[in-house]
Design a protein around this ligand. Structure first.
Ligand code: G4P
Length: 295
C-alpha cells in the first residue's frame, strides 16, 4: 500500500492513534530491521505520549543479523524494550506477549496487590506503510482472527483479537508516515521497496543502493555480478556509475553503440536486491549516528 501523505493525512493519522491511546496499555512500534531509523516516524515519541512501548524490528529475515543485534542493543540502551521478528514466518513473534507482560509487570503487580484480577494487556501495532503490520497481526492472531467482540467502554467498531490469555490486539493497526523531509530516508525506503519507485528516479535509487553495497557489502555485490575492481573512492560518482555499468553488462543491458542501458540495469539490480539474491543487508547501522554525514 502506498499513501501520498499530505499534512491533512498526517494530522488525521496522528489523531486516530491518539484517540486509541486511552484504550491501550501498550504500543507495539513496528520498524523495518533493514532501516531501523528511516522506517520510524519522526514524531513517534510525541504521538505516543509516554505510553509503554515495545519496539519490534520486523523483516529480520532480510536484514544483516549482526547489525540487527547492534540495533537491539542500541534501542535497549536508549531505554526501550526491543526484539526482532520475521512476521512472514512467525519467527520470534512468541516473544511479543512475553515482553509485553514484562513491560506491564509493575502495573499488573499493583492490580494484584489491590485484589484486582488483572485483565489482558491491550496493545496496538503502529508503523509506516509496508512495514508488515497486517502480516504481523495475522500471524499473531492465527485462528483467533475472529475478534472477541465488544467490551464495555469500547465502541462497537473496535475489535480486539485475543493472543493467548494475556494479550489483546486492536485488529486495525495505526498507520504512521516516515520522515520525508530527509532525501536519504526516501532513498533507503525506496531501495527496500517500502515506497513506490515513481516518487524518486529509478537510477538514483539504484545508485544509492549500489554505493551502499560497494561500501558495506562489496563481497556479496562483486560475487553476484562478477565485479572485478572495487571502487577506491565510493564518494566519486563516476566510480559508482562504472559499477552500475558493469552490472548492466553482466545482465545484458546493452543498447546501440554498446552503451549500457542504466535504467534497465537499475531495475534489475533493485529486483535482485529486494528478492534477497544479494543476501541479507541493512542500510543503516548505529555507528552512522556518530557521523551524521553518513546518514
Ligand atoms: P503493512 O500492513 O504494514 O502495510 O504491511 P504488510 O503486512 O502488508 O506487509 C508488506 C509486505 O512486507 C508484504 O509483502 C509482506 O508479505 C512483507 N512482509 C511482512 N513482514 C515480513 C517479514 O518479516 N519478512 C519478509 N521477508 N517480508 C515481510 P508484499 O510483497 O506486499 O506481499 P506478498 O509478497 O506477501 O504478497
Amino acid at each position: 500500500m502506498t499513501i501520498q501523505w499530505f499534512p491533512g493525512h498526517m494530522t488525521r493519522a496522528r489523531r486516530q492513534i491518539e484517540e486509541k491511546l486511552k484504550l491501550l496499555d501498550l504500543v507495539i512500534e513496528l520498524i523495518d530491521a533493514r532501516l531501523p531509523l528511516s522506517s520510524r516516524n519522526p514524531m513517534i515519541d510525541d504521538i505516543l505520549q509516554g505510553k509503554p512501548r515495545l519496539i519490534v524490528l520486523n523483516k529480520a529475515d532480510l536484514a544483516d543479523p549482526s547489525v540487527t543485534r547492534e540495533w537491539i542493543e542500541y534501542f535497549r540502551e536508549e531505554g526501550h524494550a526491543a526484539i526482532q521478528v520475521d512476521a512472514s514466518s512467525g519467527q520470534g513473534i512468541k516473544e511479543i506477549p512475553v515482553k509485553a507482560k514484562e513491560l506491564m509487570r509493575e502495573k499488573i503487580e499493583r492490580q494484584i496487590a489491590k485484589g484486582m484480577n488483572p485483565r489482558a494487556i491491550r496493545a496496538l501495532i503502529v508503523g509506516i506503510p509496508n512495514v508488515g503490520k497486517s502480516t504481523l497481526i495475522n500471524r499473531m492472531a492465527g485462528k483467533n482472527i475472529a475478534a472477541t467482540g465488544d467490551r464495555p467502554g469500547v465502541t462497537k467498531a473496535q475489535q480486539w483479537i485475543k493472543i493467548g490469555t494475556e494479550l489483546e490486539l486492536l485488529d486495525t493497526p495505526g498507520i504512521l508516515w516516515p520522515k520525508f523531509e530527509d532525501q536519504n530516508v526516501g532513498y533507503r525506503l525506496a531501495v527496500t521497496g517500502a515506497i513506490r519507485e515513481e516518487i524518486l528516479n529509478l537510477e538514483d535509487i539504484a545508485f544509492f543502493g549500489v554505493k551502499y553495497l560497494v561500501q558495506y557489502y562489496w563481497e556479496a555485490l562483486s560475487e553476484r555480478f562478477d565485479l572485478k575492481e572495487q571502487p577506491q573512492d565510493p564518494d566519486n560518482p563516476d566510480e559508482i556509475v562504472a559499477v552500475m555499468e558493469a552490472i548492466g553488462r553482466k545482465r545484458g543491458c546493452i543498447v546501440s553503440g554498446g552503451r549500457v542501458d542504466l535504467e534497465k540495469a537499475s531495475g534489475i539490480f533493485l529486483r535482485e536486491l529486494r528478492s534477497g539474491k544479494l543476501g541479507r543487508y541493512t542500510l543503516e547501522a548505529p555507528f552512522h549516528l556518530n557521523n551524521p554525514a553518513l546518514l
